[in-house]
Design a protein around this ligand. Structure first.
Ligand code: ATP
Length: 582
């Protein structure tokens, strides 16, 4: 496929905010894609070069891209930088500057999607001396043969920020539209931008099957390839397998214990809600792998957990779900997530880190056991297996503390006990509930005593004055809407002036400074990357912010480095919380 065709599709996607129209555009593209290109194309359309479960990051900085644009166009890095300050998007900068250059020269060869994909995928493996120059060369080479519009998207793909607003839901639906067209005959009304399948029931069934396949594989590229090759037969083969990560099940929230009972039934299983981070543990024969909630592999970062799994889980093959909680190696006291979050990204001194910031693994679910898929088994059966295979060792690997009861008083006692030992609250789980990967279904709910909180991404800030000068302060926050980020308020409270008291302005400034995309006086725009949890007292309607809402008394709670941009709180949640207040 010519990359220029793909670039036009990106542009069409960028121009519409309507989800169905995006889905339609993607499905047309999928239909005319050849089998050998389909997995690459499905990744590219999401702006990815690696599937969701793959931890590889391109790791290309803005600075490096500026140099590559400069090499490709012959325009000095300072000028490229100036353009960036005005346009705020290096993709647009590349487009403009390539356009300028192209008036003087002719394009050599057509770029293909294949070439862009293959060349960019090489970037992470370029290491060692001279690697920066080599990376610049790879990108500059693509930009030299790119037409202006192509340059826009090459750069945005390199920066892992495509900005065309394609969500995984659109990809999923487009796969059904494209490959089961004969079966369900989807009628798309171009004028009204509405869709109506001839056979709604069949359509819903196929959407669910594709979603399920994705939940297991965490890669629409692979799902697409298999469907294209085998049609519906693929669904039977997209099976759960220890070694390849699956999306985890998420939980809903209940106001209090009574509501928890209403939602998950009586009796139900209450468990401590540990305040750590999610860890998915796989074992197949001797091979043990650990994944985060974002499905990044972190096996190397947690050597002690690998040992615990070997020693204290008595089975050959499994996938477990757990929460890892850090504790102080001297006092044994459990620590807040923040204190151990640094271990997740750690690349060196790993053993020292493991000693200083050890974790305890609290296992609470099992998705696969000795090759058997446990997803459809009731929770009480899954728990029984855990009890059978786990030999608990405090401060190493234990079972989540659990109480099965239908009695409110007992539940209250358990909840208080959880809070007393410093846990966040409790989970209440339906004893008959299945494990539904990737969904926030109500088979379990969390109950915690705090104010509401949202996970928001920082998109702007202000340079501080007086004793805060030199620091970025007053962070502009945004929630998510169809892959775009809409502002919802500013936060300055809760961040510390002194470094040893918690997350400080200095620390945030260090993280945010490299992400600045535009500066105007004291205000800066920031590339959405840093996600923080923010508490607030009330949500109000507001014309000031693009989301249409504002937060009253927002307060910084903590950094959420464990969350991806796709986890940023959705506008729908904001709306629901707003309505729920009344
Ligand atoms: P939160 O910010 O409240 O942790 P979340 O969006 O990360 O929420 P949810 O699925 O809403 O995730 O809430 C449950 C989270 O609590 C799980 O993702 C998991 O990391 C953690 N957890 C701690 N203890 C348990 C437990 N016993 N059972 C299930 N999840 C648990």
């Amino acid at each position: 496929m010519k990359y220029s065709d793909l670039a036009s599709i990106y542009e069409a996607l960028e121009k519409t905010s309507k989800r169905l129209e995006k889905t339609f555009i993607i499905s047309k593209l999928l239909k005319k894609t050849k089998q050998e290109d389909i997995d690459k194309l499905v990744l590219l359309i999401q702006g990815r070069l690696f599937p969701l479960w793959d931890e590889t990051k391109l790791g290309v900085s803005d600075r490096l891209v500026i140099k590559a644009i400069s090499v490709a166009t012959g325009i000095s890095p300072v000028k490229v930088d100036d353009e960036w300050k005005t346009l705020g998007d290096l993709g647009l900068v590349a487009e403009k500057l390539v356009q300028k250059k192209s008036q003087a020269t002719l394009f050599s060869k057509d770029l293909t999607a294949d070439k862009v994909f293959n060349n960019l995928r090489k970037l992470p493996s370029i290491e060692g001396a001279g690697s920066v120059d080599q990376k610049i060369k790879v990108i500059a080479e693509l930009l030299s043969s790119a037409k202006p519009l192509e340059a826009r998207y090459v750069v945005r793909t390199v920066l892992e920020d495509l900005r065309v607003g394609v969500g995984t839901g659109s990809i999923r639906d487009a796969l059904v539209w494209a490959f089961f067209d004969k079966k369900v005959k989807v009628n798309y009304n171009e004028q009204e931008k509405t869709i109506e399948p001839d056979n709604r029931e069949e359509y819903n069934r196929l959407v669910e099957a594709v979603q399920h396949a994705f939940d297991l594989k965490a890669d629409y590229g692979e799902v697409a390839r298999m469907i294209m090759k085998k049609g519906e037969k693929a669904f039977g083969e997209l099976v759960l397998e220890a070694g390849s990560p699956i999306n985890v099940m998420l939980y809903q929230k209940a106001k209090d214990l009574e509501e928890a009972f209403e939602r998950v039934g009586k009796p139900c299983a209450f468990e401590f809600k540990y305040d750590g981070f999610r860890m998915q543990i796989h074992k197949k024969v001797k091979n043990i792998k650990i994944f985060t909630r974002r499905l990044d592999e972190v096996t190397k970062q947690f050597p002690e957990v690998v040992e615990y799994v070997k020693k204290y889980v008595n089975a050959k093959e499994f996938i477990l779900d757990s929460e890892a909680v850090g504790f102080d190696h001297k006092t044994g006291k459990y620590l807040a997530f923040q204190a151990i979050s640094q271990r997740i990204k750690r690349k060196y001194n790993i053993n020292q880190m493991a000693k200083n910031f050890p974790v305890e693994v609290n296992v609470f679910d099992v998705m696969s056991h000795e090759g058997k898929n446990m997803l459809k088994e009731p929770f009480k059966k899954r728990r029984a297996i855990l009890e059978k295979i786990i030999k608990p060792h405090t401060k190493k690997l234990v079972l989540a503390k659990q109480l099965v009861t239908g009695d409110l008083k007992e539940a209250e006692k358990f909840y208080k006990a959880a809070l007393k030992v410093g846990e966040e609250g409790v989970m209440a789980k339906n004893l008959e509930g299945i494990y539904k990967p990737g969904s926030r279904v109500g088979y379990g709910v969390k109950v915690k005593p705090v104010m509401e909180s949202l996970d928001l991404v920082i998109v702007g800030a202000e340079w501080g004055t007086g004793k805060r000068s030199g620091w970025l302060t007053s962070y502009v926050l945004a929630c998510r809407k169809h892959g775009k980020f809409l502002e919802i308020g500013k936060v300055g409270t809760g961040i510390k002036e002194l470094e040893d008291q918690g997350v400080s302005f200095k620390e945030l400034t260090k993280k945010l400074k490299p992400l600045i995309i535009k500066e105007e006086g004291k205000t800066v725009r920031i590339k959405p990357e840093i996600i923080i949890e923010v508490k607030y007292e009330e949500i109000q309607k507001s014309p000031t912010y693009a989301s249409g809402y504002a937060l009253r008394f927002p307060r910084f709670v903590r950094l959420r480095e464990d969350k991806a941009l796709s986890d940023v709180s959705d506008i729908k949640l904001v709306e629901d919380l707003y309505k729920g207040q009344k």
